[in-house]
Design a protein around this ligand. Structure first.
Ligand SMILES: Nc1ncnc2c1ncn2[C@@H]1O[C@H](COP(=O)(O)OP(=O)(O)O)[C@@H](O)[C@H]1O
Ligand SMILES: [Mg+2]
Length: 432
Protein backbone atom coordinates (compact mmCIF):
# COMPACT_ATOMS: atom_id res chain seq x y z
CA UNK A 1 0.00 0.00 0.00
CA UNK A 2 1.38 3.42 -0.89
CA UNK A 3 -0.21 6.71 -0.05
CA UNK A 4 -1.20 8.72 -3.12
CA UNK A 5 -1.84 12.40 -2.49
CA UNK A 6 -4.39 13.69 -4.97
CA UNK A 7 -3.81 17.32 -5.81
CA UNK A 8 -6.86 19.47 -6.46
CA UNK A 9 -5.59 20.72 -9.82
CA UNK A 10 -5.71 17.28 -11.27
CA UNK A 11 -9.41 16.65 -10.75
CA UNK A 12 -11.82 16.87 -13.63
CA UNK A 13 -9.14 17.17 -16.24
CA UNK A 14 -11.05 14.90 -18.52
CA UNK A 15 -13.68 17.60 -18.95
CA UNK A 16 -11.07 19.86 -20.48
CA UNK A 17 -10.22 17.37 -23.22
CA UNK A 18 -12.75 19.07 -25.48
CA UNK A 19 -12.09 22.81 -25.29
CA UNK A 20 -15.01 24.32 -27.22
CA UNK A 21 -17.97 22.72 -25.59
CA UNK A 22 -20.73 24.44 -27.52
CA UNK A 23 -23.56 22.26 -28.78
CA UNK A 24 -23.09 21.61 -32.47
CA UNK A 25 -25.37 19.93 -34.94
CA UNK A 26 -23.91 16.61 -35.97
CA UNK A 27 -24.47 17.26 -39.66
CA UNK A 28 -22.37 20.46 -39.39
CA UNK A 29 -19.38 18.70 -37.86
CA UNK A 30 -16.30 18.84 -40.02
CA UNK A 31 -15.76 15.48 -41.61
CA UNK A 32 -13.85 16.67 -44.63
CA UNK A 33 -10.57 15.64 -43.05
CA UNK A 34 -9.15 12.23 -43.81
CA UNK A 35 -10.60 9.56 -41.59
CA UNK A 36 -7.41 7.68 -40.92
CA UNK A 37 -3.85 7.39 -42.15
CA UNK A 38 -2.36 4.05 -43.06
CA UNK A 39 0.89 3.73 -41.14
CA UNK A 40 2.96 1.90 -43.74
CA UNK A 41 2.94 -1.32 -41.75
CA UNK A 42 -0.09 -3.22 -42.99
CA UNK A 43 -0.47 -5.48 -39.97
CA UNK A 44 -0.43 -2.51 -37.61
CA UNK A 45 -2.87 -0.55 -39.77
CA UNK A 46 -5.26 -3.47 -39.75
CA UNK A 47 -5.13 -3.82 -35.98
CA UNK A 48 -5.76 -0.09 -35.66
CA UNK A 49 -8.85 -0.46 -37.84
CA UNK A 50 -7.37 0.93 -41.05
CA UNK A 51 -4.79 3.33 -39.70
CA UNK A 52 -4.12 6.12 -37.23
CA UNK A 53 -7.00 8.49 -36.60
CA UNK A 54 -5.89 12.14 -36.22
CA UNK A 55 -6.23 13.23 -32.61
CA UNK A 56 -6.38 9.72 -31.24
CA UNK A 57 -4.37 8.36 -28.34
CA UNK A 58 -3.17 4.79 -28.74
CA UNK A 59 -1.63 2.70 -25.98
CA UNK A 60 0.73 -0.13 -26.91
CA UNK A 61 1.21 -2.39 -23.91
CA UNK A 62 3.41 -5.41 -23.43
CA UNK A 63 6.05 -7.04 -21.32
CA UNK A 64 9.52 -5.51 -21.34
CA UNK A 65 11.64 -6.70 -24.23
CA UNK A 66 8.76 -7.82 -26.38
CA UNK A 67 9.51 -5.24 -29.08
CA UNK A 68 7.30 -2.21 -28.43
CA UNK A 69 10.08 0.30 -29.02
CA UNK A 70 11.15 -1.54 -32.15
CA UNK A 71 7.65 -1.51 -33.62
CA UNK A 72 7.12 2.15 -32.83
CA UNK A 73 10.49 3.24 -34.18
CA UNK A 74 9.67 1.45 -37.43
CA UNK A 75 6.22 3.07 -37.49
CA UNK A 76 7.74 6.46 -36.80
CA UNK A 77 10.18 6.11 -39.66
CA UNK A 78 7.43 5.00 -42.08
CA UNK A 79 5.17 7.89 -41.17
CA UNK A 80 8.02 10.40 -41.25
CA UNK A 81 8.72 9.44 -44.84
CA UNK A 82 5.07 9.69 -45.82
CA UNK A 83 3.68 12.61 -43.86
CA UNK A 84 6.39 14.71 -42.29
CA UNK A 85 7.90 15.29 -38.88
CA UNK A 86 7.48 12.58 -36.27
CA UNK A 87 8.67 13.02 -32.69
CA UNK A 88 9.85 10.01 -30.75
CA UNK A 89 10.17 10.95 -27.09
CA UNK A 90 12.22 8.32 -25.33
CA UNK A 91 12.27 8.36 -21.57
CA UNK A 92 13.76 4.93 -21.24
CA UNK A 93 16.68 4.93 -23.57
CA UNK A 94 19.32 7.53 -24.34
CA UNK A 95 19.60 9.04 -27.81
CA UNK A 96 22.64 6.86 -28.37
CA UNK A 97 20.71 3.69 -27.61
CA UNK A 98 17.81 4.67 -29.85
CA UNK A 99 20.30 5.56 -32.53
CA UNK A 100 21.96 2.17 -32.31
CA UNK A 101 18.59 0.51 -32.71
CA UNK A 102 17.72 2.74 -35.67
CA UNK A 103 21.03 1.71 -37.30
CA UNK A 104 20.24 -1.96 -36.75
CA UNK A 105 16.76 -1.51 -38.23
CA UNK A 106 18.18 0.32 -41.23
CA UNK A 107 16.23 3.50 -40.54
CA UNK A 108 17.61 6.60 -42.22
CA UNK A 109 15.84 8.93 -39.82
CA UNK A 110 14.86 11.83 -42.08
CA UNK A 111 12.16 13.94 -40.41
CA UNK A 112 12.30 11.64 -37.42
CA UNK A 113 13.08 13.67 -34.32
CA UNK A 114 14.34 11.93 -31.24
CA UNK A 115 13.75 13.58 -27.91
CA UNK A 116 15.34 12.18 -24.77
CA UNK A 117 13.12 13.90 -22.24
CA UNK A 118 10.92 12.79 -19.39
CA UNK A 119 9.35 16.08 -18.30
CA UNK A 120 6.02 16.18 -20.09
CA UNK A 121 5.77 19.98 -20.01
CA UNK A 122 9.15 20.25 -21.73
CA UNK A 123 8.00 17.67 -24.27
CA UNK A 124 4.89 19.76 -25.07
CA UNK A 125 7.03 22.88 -25.44
CA UNK A 126 9.22 21.13 -28.01
CA UNK A 127 6.19 19.74 -29.80
CA UNK A 128 4.59 23.16 -30.20
CA UNK A 129 7.62 24.31 -32.11
CA UNK A 130 7.95 21.24 -34.35
CA UNK A 131 4.25 20.63 -35.15
CA UNK A 132 4.76 16.93 -35.85
CA UNK A 133 2.23 14.66 -37.55
CA UNK A 134 2.76 11.90 -34.99
CA UNK A 135 4.11 11.80 -31.46
CA UNK A 136 5.39 8.67 -29.75
CA UNK A 137 6.00 8.61 -26.01
CA UNK A 138 8.07 5.62 -24.92
CA UNK A 139 7.05 4.89 -22.18
CA UNK A 140 4.20 6.48 -20.24
CA UNK A 141 5.73 5.18 -17.02
CA UNK A 142 8.88 7.21 -17.58
CA UNK A 143 7.35 10.67 -18.13
CA UNK A 144 6.20 12.98 -15.35
CA UNK A 145 4.51 16.28 -14.59
CA UNK A 146 6.54 18.37 -12.15
CA UNK A 147 3.41 19.83 -10.51
CA UNK A 148 2.56 16.42 -9.07
CA UNK A 149 4.57 15.33 -6.11
CA UNK A 150 4.62 11.62 -6.74
CA UNK A 151 7.43 9.93 -8.63
CA UNK A 152 7.13 8.95 -12.28
CA UNK A 153 5.46 5.60 -12.81
CA UNK A 154 3.02 6.08 -9.94
CA UNK A 155 -0.68 5.79 -10.62
CA UNK A 156 -1.28 9.53 -10.28
CA UNK A 157 1.55 10.45 -12.62
CA UNK A 158 0.68 7.85 -15.22
CA UNK A 159 -2.98 8.83 -15.23
CA UNK A 160 -2.42 12.58 -15.28
CA UNK A 161 0.24 12.36 -17.99
CA UNK A 162 -2.11 10.29 -20.11
CA UNK A 163 -4.96 12.77 -19.63
CA UNK A 164 -2.64 15.62 -20.57
CA UNK A 165 -1.47 13.81 -23.69
CA UNK A 166 -5.09 13.03 -24.57
CA UNK A 167 -6.00 16.69 -24.32
CA UNK A 168 -3.01 17.71 -26.40
CA UNK A 169 -3.86 15.12 -29.06
CA UNK A 170 -7.47 16.30 -29.29
CA UNK A 171 -6.53 19.98 -29.38
CA UNK A 172 -3.90 19.64 -32.07
CA UNK A 173 -5.57 16.77 -33.94
CA UNK A 174 -2.28 14.89 -33.82
CA UNK A 175 -2.20 11.16 -33.14
CA UNK A 176 -0.18 10.15 -30.11
CA UNK A 177 1.10 6.64 -29.38
CA UNK A 178 2.26 5.76 -25.88
CA UNK A 179 3.83 2.55 -24.66
CA UNK A 180 3.32 0.95 -21.29
CA UNK A 181 4.83 -2.04 -19.56
CA UNK A 182 2.71 -4.75 -18.10
CA UNK A 183 4.02 -7.56 -16.05
CA UNK A 184 2.44 -11.00 -16.17
CA UNK A 185 0.00 -10.10 -13.40
CA UNK A 186 -0.87 -6.68 -14.90
CA UNK A 187 1.06 -4.75 -12.27
CA UNK A 188 -0.12 -1.63 -10.48
CA UNK A 189 0.47 1.62 -12.34
CA UNK A 190 0.66 -0.47 -15.44
CA UNK A 191 -1.40 0.50 -18.44
CA UNK A 192 -4.46 -1.38 -17.20
CA UNK A 193 -5.69 1.74 -15.42
CA UNK A 194 -5.30 3.73 -18.63
CA UNK A 195 -7.47 1.51 -20.72
CA UNK A 196 -10.58 3.59 -20.16
CA UNK A 197 -8.83 6.88 -20.92
CA UNK A 198 -7.16 6.17 -24.24
CA UNK A 199 -8.90 5.61 -27.58
CA UNK A 200 -7.26 2.33 -28.52
CA UNK A 201 -5.37 -0.29 -26.59
CA UNK A 202 -3.05 -2.69 -28.36
CA UNK A 203 -1.23 -5.46 -26.58
CA UNK A 204 1.98 -6.83 -27.98
CA UNK A 205 2.61 -10.37 -26.89
CA UNK A 206 4.54 -13.52 -27.64
CA UNK A 207 7.01 -15.85 -26.05
CA UNK A 208 10.35 -14.16 -25.63
CA UNK A 209 12.20 -17.19 -26.95
CA UNK A 210 10.09 -17.45 -30.05
CA UNK A 211 10.52 -14.90 -32.79
CA UNK A 212 6.80 -14.49 -33.47
CA UNK A 213 4.85 -11.66 -31.90
CA UNK A 214 1.13 -11.00 -31.87
CA UNK A 215 -0.30 -7.51 -31.75
CA UNK A 216 -3.81 -7.63 -30.40
CA UNK A 217 -6.41 -4.91 -30.19
CA UNK A 218 -8.21 -4.93 -26.85
CA UNK A 219 -10.11 -1.70 -27.23
CA UNK A 220 -10.65 0.44 -30.27
CA UNK A 221 -12.92 3.44 -30.61
CA UNK A 222 -12.36 3.52 -34.36
CA UNK A 223 -12.40 -0.09 -35.46
CA UNK A 224 -13.07 -3.67 -34.60
CA UNK A 225 -11.44 -5.06 -31.49
CA UNK A 226 -9.98 -8.52 -31.36
CA UNK A 227 -7.93 -7.94 -34.48
CA UNK A 228 -4.53 -9.55 -34.50
CA UNK A 229 -1.37 -8.66 -36.38
CA UNK A 230 1.44 -11.17 -36.64
CA UNK A 231 5.08 -10.11 -36.74
CA UNK A 232 8.40 -11.84 -36.75
CA UNK A 233 11.29 -10.35 -34.78
CA UNK A 234 14.46 -10.45 -36.82
CA UNK A 235 17.93 -8.94 -36.59
CA UNK A 236 16.76 -6.00 -38.72
CA UNK A 237 13.51 -5.44 -36.88
CA UNK A 238 9.94 -6.65 -36.97
CA UNK A 239 8.70 -7.95 -40.26
CA UNK A 240 5.08 -8.59 -41.11
CA UNK A 241 3.83 -12.13 -41.48
CA UNK A 242 1.05 -12.18 -44.09
CA UNK A 243 0.31 -15.85 -43.97
CA UNK A 244 0.85 -16.93 -40.37
CA UNK A 245 -0.85 -20.31 -40.66
CA UNK A 246 1.61 -21.38 -43.31
CA UNK A 247 4.56 -20.41 -41.14
CA UNK A 248 3.27 -22.14 -38.05
CA UNK A 249 2.76 -25.32 -40.07
CA UNK A 250 5.94 -25.09 -42.13
CA UNK A 251 7.95 -27.59 -40.14
CA UNK A 252 5.23 -30.17 -39.76
CA UNK A 253 6.29 -33.76 -40.39
CA UNK A 254 4.14 -36.06 -42.47
CA UNK A 255 2.31 -38.76 -40.47
CA UNK A 256 4.09 -38.06 -37.23
CA UNK A 257 2.63 -39.57 -34.10
CA UNK A 258 0.92 -37.33 -31.56
CA UNK A 259 0.46 -34.36 -33.85
CA UNK A 260 -2.63 -32.67 -35.25
CA UNK A 261 -3.59 -29.25 -36.52
CA UNK A 262 -6.34 -27.08 -35.12
CA UNK A 263 -7.75 -23.71 -36.11
CA UNK A 264 -7.62 -21.20 -33.31
CA UNK A 265 -9.44 -17.94 -33.77
CA UNK A 266 -7.32 -14.92 -33.03
CA UNK A 267 -9.87 -12.16 -33.20
CA UNK A 268 -11.47 -12.32 -36.58
CA UNK A 269 -8.53 -14.19 -37.98
CA UNK A 270 -8.32 -17.96 -38.01
CA UNK A 271 -4.86 -19.28 -37.28
CA UNK A 272 -3.83 -22.85 -37.98
CA UNK A 273 -1.46 -24.25 -35.38
CA UNK A 274 0.04 -27.64 -34.75
CA UNK A 275 -0.66 -29.31 -31.41
CA UNK A 276 1.79 -32.01 -30.38
CA UNK A 277 1.60 -34.45 -27.51
CA UNK A 278 3.97 -36.98 -26.07
CA UNK A 279 3.10 -39.57 -23.46
CA UNK A 280 5.74 -41.67 -21.78
CA UNK A 281 5.73 -44.05 -18.86
CA UNK A 282 6.45 -42.23 -15.60
CA UNK A 283 9.78 -43.50 -14.41
CA UNK A 284 9.76 -42.00 -10.96
CA UNK A 285 7.12 -40.66 -8.58
CA UNK A 286 4.03 -38.75 -9.66
CA UNK A 287 3.10 -38.63 -13.34
CA UNK A 288 3.71 -35.17 -14.70
CA UNK A 289 1.68 -33.01 -17.05
CA UNK A 290 3.35 -30.23 -18.99
CA UNK A 291 1.43 -27.68 -21.03
CA UNK A 292 3.23 -25.39 -23.46
CA UNK A 293 0.92 -23.02 -25.27
CA UNK A 294 -2.27 -24.54 -23.91
CA UNK A 295 -4.03 -23.95 -20.61
CA UNK A 296 -2.79 -26.30 -17.88
CA UNK A 297 -6.28 -26.68 -16.39
CA UNK A 298 -7.70 -27.70 -19.75
CA UNK A 299 -4.93 -30.26 -20.17
CA UNK A 300 -5.83 -31.83 -16.81
CA UNK A 301 -9.50 -31.86 -17.81
CA UNK A 302 -8.75 -33.53 -21.13
CA UNK A 303 -6.46 -36.19 -19.64
CA UNK A 304 -9.14 -36.94 -17.02
CA UNK A 305 -11.78 -37.32 -19.72
CA UNK A 306 -9.48 -39.55 -21.78
CA UNK A 307 -8.82 -41.71 -18.71
CA UNK A 308 -12.37 -42.00 -17.42
CA UNK A 309 -14.53 -41.87 -20.54
CA UNK A 310 -12.27 -43.56 -23.07
CA UNK A 311 -10.35 -45.86 -20.76
CA UNK A 312 -6.90 -44.61 -21.79
CA UNK A 313 -4.56 -45.52 -18.93
CA UNK A 314 -2.83 -42.19 -18.55
CA UNK A 315 -2.46 -42.39 -14.78
CA UNK A 316 1.06 -43.79 -15.05
CA UNK A 317 2.04 -41.63 -18.00
CA UNK A 318 3.81 -38.29 -18.20
CA UNK A 319 1.91 -36.13 -20.68
CA UNK A 320 3.52 -33.24 -22.50
CA UNK A 321 1.50 -31.01 -24.82
CA UNK A 322 3.10 -28.39 -26.97
CA UNK A 323 1.84 -25.84 -29.46
CA UNK A 324 4.50 -25.12 -32.04
CA UNK A 325 5.64 -21.61 -32.87
CA UNK A 326 5.33 -20.29 -29.32
CA UNK A 327 1.65 -19.49 -29.78
CA UNK A 328 -0.66 -19.57 -26.79
CA UNK A 329 -4.15 -20.90 -27.48
CA UNK A 330 -6.68 -20.42 -24.75
CA UNK A 331 -9.82 -21.34 -26.63
CA UNK A 332 -11.74 -24.47 -25.63
CA UNK A 333 -12.07 -25.11 -29.37
CA UNK A 334 -8.57 -26.59 -29.26
CA UNK A 335 -9.64 -29.30 -26.79
CA UNK A 336 -10.40 -31.96 -29.34
CA UNK A 337 -7.03 -31.50 -31.03
CA UNK A 338 -5.22 -31.81 -27.70
CA UNK A 339 -7.15 -34.97 -26.85
CA UNK A 340 -6.48 -36.49 -30.27
CA UNK A 341 -2.78 -35.70 -30.07
CA UNK A 342 -2.54 -37.39 -26.65
CA UNK A 343 -4.52 -40.41 -27.81
CA UNK A 344 -2.37 -40.69 -30.92
CA UNK A 345 0.83 -40.65 -28.90
CA UNK A 346 -0.54 -43.09 -26.32
CA UNK A 347 -1.74 -45.54 -28.96
CA UNK A 348 1.41 -44.91 -31.02
CA UNK A 349 -0.65 -44.37 -34.15
CA UNK A 350 -0.46 -41.31 -36.38
CA UNK A 351 -3.47 -39.18 -37.28
CA UNK A 352 -4.20 -38.31 -40.86
CA UNK A 353 -1.84 -35.61 -42.06
CA UNK A 354 -4.59 -33.83 -43.97
CA UNK A 355 -7.22 -33.87 -41.22
CA UNK A 356 -7.63 -31.01 -38.75
CA UNK A 357 -9.81 -30.96 -35.62
CA UNK A 358 -11.81 -28.33 -33.77
CA UNK A 359 -14.24 -28.80 -30.89
CA UNK A 360 -14.66 -28.36 -27.17
CA UNK A 361 -14.51 -31.42 -24.91
CA UNK A 362 -17.06 -31.70 -22.10
CA UNK A 363 -16.64 -33.65 -18.87
CA UNK A 364 -18.83 -36.51 -19.96
CA UNK A 365 -16.73 -36.95 -23.07
CA UNK A 366 -19.10 -35.11 -25.38
CA UNK A 367 -17.91 -32.77 -28.12
CA UNK A 368 -19.50 -29.37 -27.73
CA UNK A 369 -20.30 -26.69 -30.27
CA UNK A 370 -17.79 -23.92 -31.01
CA UNK A 371 -18.25 -20.48 -32.57
CA UNK A 372 -17.42 -19.53 -36.16
CA UNK A 373 -16.92 -23.02 -37.55
CA UNK A 374 -17.31 -21.92 -41.14
CA UNK A 375 -14.48 -19.44 -40.92
CA UNK A 376 -12.19 -22.03 -39.37
CA UNK A 377 -13.04 -24.61 -42.01
CA UNK A 378 -12.38 -22.16 -44.81
CA UNK A 379 -8.93 -21.42 -43.45
CA UNK A 380 -8.20 -25.15 -43.16
CA UNK A 381 -9.37 -25.68 -46.74
CA UNK A 382 -7.22 -22.80 -47.92
CA UNK A 383 -4.15 -24.48 -46.47
CA UNK A 384 -4.91 -27.76 -48.18
CA UNK A 385 -6.60 -29.74 -45.44
CA UNK A 386 -9.02 -32.31 -46.84
CA UNK A 387 -11.06 -33.14 -43.75
CA UNK A 388 -11.79 -31.68 -40.36
CA UNK A 389 -13.29 -33.31 -37.29
CA UNK A 390 -16.01 -30.96 -36.05
CA UNK A 391 -18.74 -30.98 -33.37
CA UNK A 392 -21.93 -32.48 -34.75
CA UNK A 393 -23.98 -29.71 -33.16
CA UNK A 394 -22.12 -26.93 -35.01
CA UNK A 395 -22.24 -28.50 -38.41
CA UNK A 396 -25.79 -27.46 -39.33
CA UNK A 397 -26.17 -24.74 -41.96
CA UNK A 398 -22.51 -24.43 -42.76
CA UNK A 399 -21.46 -23.99 -46.29
CA UNK A 400 -17.87 -24.88 -47.14
CA UNK A 401 -16.20 -26.23 -50.22
CA UNK A 402 -12.98 -28.20 -50.72
CA UNK A 403 -13.06 -29.63 -47.22
CA UNK A 404 -15.13 -32.42 -45.76
CA UNK A 405 -16.43 -31.84 -42.21
CA UNK A 406 -16.43 -35.05 -40.17
CA UNK A 407 -19.12 -34.49 -37.52
CA UNK A 408 -18.62 -36.27 -34.19
CA UNK A 409 -20.67 -36.10 -31.00
CA UNK A 410 -18.30 -37.75 -28.54
CA UNK A 411 -14.58 -37.78 -27.98
CA UNK A 412 -14.63 -41.58 -28.29
CA UNK A 413 -16.06 -41.25 -31.78
CA UNK A 414 -13.46 -38.62 -32.65
CA UNK A 415 -10.52 -40.73 -31.45
CA UNK A 416 -11.76 -43.87 -33.22
CA UNK A 417 -12.33 -41.96 -36.43
CA UNK A 418 -9.09 -40.02 -36.16
CA UNK A 419 -6.85 -43.00 -35.46
CA UNK A 420 -8.54 -45.24 -38.05
CA UNK A 421 -7.94 -42.56 -40.63
CA UNK A 422 -4.20 -42.23 -40.03
CA UNK A 423 -1.68 -44.15 -42.04
CA UNK A 424 0.62 -46.32 -39.98
CA UNK A 425 4.21 -45.50 -40.67
CA UNK A 426 6.55 -48.33 -41.60
CA UNK A 427 8.31 -49.59 -38.48
CA UNK A 428 11.78 -48.28 -37.87
CA UNK A 429 13.80 -50.32 -35.47
CA UNK A 430 16.07 -47.89 -33.75
CA UNK A 431 15.44 -49.29 -30.30
CA UNK A 432 15.42 -52.98 -31.08
N1 LIG B 1 20.43 -7.88 -32.64
C1 LIG B 1 19.19 -8.33 -32.46
N2 LIG B 1 18.73 -9.32 -33.26
C2 LIG B 1 17.49 -9.80 -33.12
N3 LIG B 1 16.62 -9.35 -32.20
C3 LIG B 1 17.02 -8.39 -31.39
C4 LIG B 1 18.32 -7.82 -31.47
N4 LIG B 1 18.42 -6.87 -30.54
C5 LIG B 1 17.24 -6.85 -29.89
N5 LIG B 1 16.40 -7.75 -30.41
C6 LIG B 1 15.04 -8.03 -29.99
O1 LIG B 1 14.41 -6.83 -29.60
C7 LIG B 1 13.81 -6.99 -28.34
C8 LIG B 1 13.82 -5.69 -27.58
O2 LIG B 1 12.90 -4.90 -28.22
P1 LIG B 1 12.37 -3.52 -27.62
O3 LIG B 1 11.67 -2.87 -28.76
O4 LIG B 1 13.46 -2.80 -26.93
O5 LIG B 1 11.32 -4.04 -26.55
P2 LIG B 1 10.44 -3.18 -25.55
O6 LIG B 1 10.47 -1.78 -26.02
O7 LIG B 1 9.10 -3.83 -25.65
O8 LIG B 1 11.03 -3.39 -24.20
C9 LIG B 1 14.62 -8.05 -27.67
O9 LIG B 1 13.88 -8.77 -26.71
C10 LIG B 1 14.99 -8.95 -28.82
O10 LIG B 1 13.96 -9.90 -29.06
MG1 LIG C 1 11.27 -0.16 -25.00
Amino acid sequence: MAEQVVKPISTNQISTIFPQSMPMELSCADITAEICWPVGIAELSRVLGGGLVPGSLVLVGGEPGIGKSTLLLQTASQLAQKRGAVVYASGEETLHQVNLRAKRLGISGEKLFLLAETNLETIFERLDRLKPCLVIVDSIQSVFLSELETSSGSITQVRECTLRLMRWAKQTQTPVIITGHVTKDGAIAGPRILEHIVDSVLYFEGELFSSYRLLRSIKNRFGSTNEVGVFEMKENGLSEVDNPSQIFLAQRQRDSIGSIVTTALEGSRPLMVEVQALTSLTSFGQPRRTANGVDFGRLLLITAVLTRRLGLKLSNQDVIVNVTGGIQINEPAADMAIALAIASSFRDKPLNYETAAVGEVGLSGEIRAIPQLERRLNEAARLGFKKCLVPRSSVKNINVSNIEPLPVSTLREAVLLGLADGKTTPATNISE
